[in-house]
Design a protein around this ligand. Structure first.
Ligand code: FAD
Length: 397
């Protein structure tokens, strides 16, 4: 129970990584401390998808039923679950407007609504190529890969930061190694802003990927500060920052845009970059509304973190701890280290890295320091086991 004996109303927006982890952590912390919470979780989609597995769908390594679990199962963690779309947050009045179910009032709000795919941001991008950033997209990419009989593959990153920085490198090296082992004549080119592979993760990780790409013959085209200009679907050409390349198969990554509910809400567009929503990098509180926590991918760059599920997971735990600490009146909980693993495919093997993200008060954000831990098929095994266990755990809650 909270200090006045009343239960606090918590609304969680989003039933993805951040929504699920926030709910789990809040339920645990509330039980441990005796705080009473009435939690409502709102998700537009009735499905919780473990999205990194979309890549495995596209690469024909798993099946659709293995990547998805029902959001309504979250009720077993003690939440009321509402399948509806939030259309606006009125943070000054502590209310969320829903498309069908009217309004929800809250004492605390946790926002983790992912990102919006801005396919229309560049000419030709929406119409050309394939991607595995949705389940439908992954199934289409799987069909295209099955039809592919050889030729030039371009993996295209139109701009940065984008959802899951390591993904284009994973898919480029995985494809190069698989096509080579099958004797299919091919080239794989990765076109991306930046000067070095995975530059934002630092020299150690960058070097590991540069070596892998060289070993597998994946060409890296770094656009520096430039971005995509256009994709010409008729001529099958990509034009970007002076680069022109022809493709037989185009694999594309979506530009990140702010989810529409945040765009429509006063105080939820980050002034430095309107693709993202503001947050405080230490506690993941909204900078103006201290009863709102911003833990979704949309708020990772303002916190100094990368746009991926691992930091969203971390942010959700820190936010939940701070929410309960607030009710208990024990002050803010700031984790000084912020250690996060990152795992992925490395060709057909596995890659594991580790990042620390200490909060730098002078910069008002976290500073990433990352290094390579392992390059091994065992990492791939653990990655796949962890991903599948995530979904099975929700299915059997
Ligand atoms: C192909 C691919 C590979 C990836 N690989 C990795 C990886 O290896 N490592 C890694 O760390 N990350 C990876 N990611 C990224 C990771 O999946 C995301 O960063 C993470 O899911 C973001 O969590 P989130 O809670 O912010 O958003 P999501 O998990 O996308 O969840 C958003 C939730 O919000 C709901 N929602 C959206 N708008 C509304 C609204 N208006 N009202 C109500 N509900 C709403 C949605 O229905 C959904 O439930 C990958 C992603 C993809 C697509």
């Amino acid at each position: 129970m909270s200090e006045n004996g009343s239960r606090k109303k918590v609304v969680i927006l989003g039933g993805g990584v951040g929504g699920y982890i926030s709910l789990k952590r809040l339920a645990r912390r509330a039980a441990e401390s005796g705080v009473g919470l009435d939690i409502t979780l709102v998700s537009e989609s009735p499905h919780h998808d473990f999205q990194p597995l979309y890549a495995d769908i596209a690469l024909n390594l798993t099946q659709p039923e293995k990547v998805r679990a029902p959001v309504k199962n979250f009720a077993k963690l003690g939440a009321r679950v509402v399948i509806d779309r939030a259309t606006r947050i009125d943070a000054a009045d502590r209310r969320v407007k829903l498309e069908k179910e009217g309004e929800l009032e809250y004492d605390y709000l946790v926002v983790s609504v992912g990102t919006r795919y801005g396919w229309d941001a560049y000419p030709g991008l929406a119409e050309a190529g394939v991607h595995n950033y949705t389940l439908e997209g992954a199934l289409e990419m799987r069909r295209e890969l099955a039809r592919f009989r050889g030729g030039d593959v371009i993996v295209l990153v139109p701009e940065v930061p984008h959802r899951c920085g390591m993904y284009p490198y994973e898919v480029a090296t995985f494809l190069a190694e698989t096509l080579k082992s099958r004797g299919v004549k091919h080239s794989v080119t990765l076109v991306t802003p930046g000067d070095k592979p995975l530059g934002p993760l630092g020299p150690d990780i960058s070097q590991a990927w540069a070596e892998k790409m060289e070993e597998l013959g994946v060409e890296f085209v770094g656009l520096g500060t430039k971005t995509l200009e256009e994709v010409d679907r008729e001529k099958r050409m990509v034009r970007a920052g002076g680069y022109e390349g022809r493709y037989d198969l185009l694999i594309k990554v979506p530009p990140s845009r702010l989810p529409s509910v945040l765009e429509a809400s006063e105080g939820f567009v980050w002034k430095q970059d309107p693709r993202f929503a503001p947050t405080r990098g230490d506690t993941f509180r909204h900078p103006e509304y201290d009863d709102v926590f911003m833990t979704g991918e949309h708020s990772m760059p303002p916190a100094g973190l990368v746009t991926a599920g691992i930091p969203v997971h971390y942010a959700s735990e820190v936010a939940a701890d701070n929410l309960v600490a607030d009710i208990l009146g024990v002050g803010e909980v700031v984790d000084p280290c912020g250690m996060m693993p990152c795992v992925g495919y490395f060709g057909t093997s596995g890659f594991a890295g580790y990042c620390s993200s200490p909060y730098d008060e002078s910069q008002g954000k976290r500073v990433l320091k990352c290094f390579t831990i392992a390059r091994s098929p065992l990492v791939k095994f653990f990655k796949q086991a962890f991903y599948h266990a995530w979904i099975e755990a929700i299915k059997t809650l």
